[in-house]
Design a protein around this ligand. Structure first.
Ligand code: ADP
Length: 252
């Protein structure tokens, strides 16, 4: 059997006295979608950001593909930064609010990472970006500026921008929570298409019904640990743990 694409073991993270992650373990196979559910403050975003090393865990290991970092034994200085950068390059992050460069066109936003960070040839990056914009339904918006787009369209550009880096894993941090309700559907539909195309994704969301439809695995996080994990039918449909049941009762 091949190793799971994502491997998280014993990950801890504190901010001062606040022990936000207290030993998180999970794995996810290539081509699967994992949803992280849990009450506010349970550590969902911190865990997602740790996968992209936007937060550096205090201890534990995170592996994605053939890159594995033991944060408890991370060397200081250049070697540590290089290891963190290798792991970060394995995933692409889609943020809550799109964070597009306002003074760049849609196309320029999408090619920024591939050209500036990955040093890919401009023509190739442009061709890829146009294909991605087509995929998220925005081919005709390539030369517009973010302010000319709706929030849902901006978020779809954010998704194209993450995909343009050709990551092994796409991470979504509450991708619809800053949108007006009527714009949520178009963004969820793009994410759903990605999951069908075989992308490996991890999504922090409160859209439980969406999670039930598209994801293979649900992690229920509370107090910085995975309280319960399994298929959506198990965790959402037939939760074993009291804390999971209480949470679902509140939000459904
Ligand atoms: P969730 O996504 O489940 O709502 P978060 O991971 O955002 O939870 O936050 C968990 C806890 O960590 C909260 O108490 C939050 O205030 C704290 N926290 C998150 N990021 C930081 C940070 N950069 N500095 C200090 N505290 C933080």
């Amino acid at each position: 059997m091949t190793d799971p694409l994502i491997r998280v073991r014993g990950v801890t993270k504190s901010f001062g006295d606040n022990h936000v992650l207290r030993g998180v373990d999970f794995t996810a196979a290539a081509g699967t979608t994992t949803t992280i559910l849990g009450p506010s403050g349970s550590g969902k975003t911190t865990l997602l950001r740790a996968l992209n090393v936007l937060e550096t865990p205090d201890a534990g290991t995170i592996g994605i593909g053939d890159v594995e970092v033991d944060f408890g034994a991370l060397p200081s200085g250049k070697a540590g930064r290089a290891a963190a950068a290798r792991l970060r390059a394995q995933s692409g992050m889609v943020f809550q609010a799109h964070n597009l460069f306002p003074h760049k066109t849609v196309l320029e936003n999408v090619i920024e990472g591939p050209v500036q960070v990955q040093k890919r040839p401009l023509e190739e990056a442009v061709a890829d970006a146009r294909a991605l914009l087509d995929q998220v339904g925005l081919a005709e918006k390539a030369d517009q500026y973010p302010f000319q787009l709706s929030g849902g369209q901006q978020q779809r550009v954010g998704i194209a921008r993450a995909l343009a880096l050709k990551p092994k894993v796409v991470l979504f941090d509450e991708p619809t929570s800053s949108l007006d309700p009527e714009l949520v559907g178009e963004v969820l539909s793009v994410i759903k298409d990605l999951t069908h195309e075989g992308w490996t994704t991890v999504i922090v969301t409160h859209e439980v019904r969406f999670a039930q439809q598209v994801c293979n695995q649900v992690l229920f996080l509370d107090g910085g640990v995975v309280v319960e994990s399994g298929s959506p039918d198990q965790v959402i449909g037939h939760p074993r743990e009291d804390r999971t049941r209480q949470f679902l009762k509140r939000i459904l």
